[in-house]
Design a protein around this ligand. Structure first.
Ligand code: CAA
Length: 285
C-alpha cells in the first residue's frame, strides 16, 4: 500500500518540518515542502540544505545521493500543490487556530483518500481530526528533534482513526527508518509526558539556585548516560514547545506535578525560546 505513495507533503518547514521533509526525501519519497511565505520557505530550505551538507561532509551521503535527494524535494508557498499528495504531514506552530486553517485547507484540497498526519507535540489529535470531514484518515505522527536522527515516531490514534490508516502510517514510519510506537491520544502522549515534566523539574532546580545550569546538565548526563542535560535539551526542543506541553498536561490532569515553572513561563514571554531564538538557558544558535 505504502509503495504506491509517490508524493508526500510537509506543511511547515520549521525545525521539525524541515527535518521531516529531509527524512522522507532520504527514504525515497517525492516531497513537497510548503510554507506560508517566501521568507519562511527560504529558511526551511536552508535547514534542509544545512543538514544534508553536514551529512555529505561527514561522509554519510555521497554527492550523488545528495543530488538525488535534492531532486526529490520541491518547495512551494501554495498548499494547492498538495492536491495530488498521497500523504501529508503537518508541522506548523502549536496553535489550534493555525491547525484549523491548515487542516481546513488540506481537507478541501487533498483527495478524499489522502491521509493527513499531524506532528503536534501538545494538542489533541482528536480535536485536530474533528476539524476535517475525514477524521478516520487523521493521525498523529510525532517526530523527535532532531528528526533526521531520533529513531522514535509515535503513531497517535484517536477514537475516530481507522485501523487501515493506523496500519498504513505505521508502515510509513518503518519505511522512513523510524521505530513506530502506537500510543493513544492523551496529553503529552508517552515520550513528552515523561520527558517534559523532567525538564520542567530541572528548570525548577535552576530557578531555586540549587545548582548552576552546567552542574544540572552535567549531573544528569553523567548520572544517567544521556547525550544532553535537561537545560540544553530544553533549548534544543524550544522553550515554547516545553511550556505548551506542560500547560496541556496541567489542563488535562490538574496534577501539581504538571505546573510549569514560573521561570519557563517568563522566558517564553521574553522570547527566550532557546536555540532557535539564539537565547535560552544558554546563548547561541
Ligand atoms: N540534523 C541532522 N542531523 C543531526 C542534527 C540535526 N539537527 N544534529 C545532529 N545530527 C547528527 C549528526 O550529523 C551526527 O550524525 P552521524 O552520527 O551520522 O555522524 C549525529 O547526529 C550525532 O551528532 P553530533 O556528533 O554532532 O553531536 P552529538 O553526538 O552531540 O549528538 C544529538 C547530537 C543527536 C542531538 C544528541 O545530543 C542527542 O541525541 N540529544 C538528545 C535529543 C533528544 O532527546 N531529542 C528528543 C527531544 S523531545 C522532542 O523532540 C519531542 C517534542 O515534541 C518536544
Amino acid at each position: 500500500m505504502v509503495q504506491e505513495f509517490d508524493k508526500v507533503g510537509v506543511v511547515g518547514l520549521g525545525t521539525m518540518g524541515a527535518g521531516i521533509a529531509e527524512v522522507f526525501a532520504r527514504a525515497g519519497f517525492n516531497v513537497v515542502g510548503v510554507e506560508i511565505d517566501q521568507a519562511a520557505l527560504d529558511r526551511g530550505r536552508g535547514h534542509v540544505d544545512k543538514s544534508l551538507s553536514r551529512a555529505v561532509s561527514k561522509g554519510k551521503l555521497t554527492e550523488e545521493e545528495r543530488a538525488a535527494i535534492d531532486a526529490r524535494l520541491t518547495f512551494s508557498t501554495s498548499r494547492e500543490e498538495l492536491a495530488d499528495a498521497d500523504f501529508v504531514v503537518e508541522a506548523v506552530p502549536e496553535r489550534m487556530d493555525i491547525k484549523r486553517d491548515v487542516f481546513g485547507d488540506l481537507d478541501r484540497i487533498c483527495a478524499p483518500g489522502t491521509i493527513l498526519a499531524t506532528n503536534t507535540s501538545s494538542l489533541s489529535v482528536t480535536e485536530i481530526a474533528a476539524l476535517t470531514d475525514r477524521p478516520e484518515k487523521v493521525v498523529g505522527l510525532h517526530f523527535f528533534n532532531p528528526a533526521p536522527v531520533m529513531k522514535l515516531a509515535e503513531v497517535i490514534t484517536t477514537v475516530s482513526t481507522s485501523a487501515e490508516t493506523t496500519d498504513i502510517v505505521t508502515e510509513v514510519a518503518k519505511r522512513i527508518g523510524k521505530t513506530p510506537v502506537a500510543v493513544g491520544d492523551r496529553g503529552g502522549f508517552v515520550a513528552n509526558a515523561l520527558l517534559v515534566p523532567y525538564i520542567n523539574d530541572a528548570i525548577r532546580l535552576y530557578e531555586r539556585r540549587i545548582a548552576t545550569r552546567e552542574e544540572i546538565d552535567e549531573s544528569v548526563k553523567k548520572a544517567a548516560g544521556l547525550p544532553m542535560g535537561p537545560l540544553t535539551l530544553a533549548d534544543m526542543i524550544g522553550l515554547d514547545v516545553c511550556l505548551a506541553v506542560m500547560d496541556v498536561l496541567w489542563d488535562e490532569f490538574r496534577d501539581p506535578r504538571y505546573v510549569a515553572s514560573p521561570l519557563l513561563r517568563r522566558m517564553v514571554a521574553a522570547g527566550h525560546l532557546g536555540r532557535k531564538a539564539g537565547q535560552g538557558f544558554y546563548t547561541g544558535k
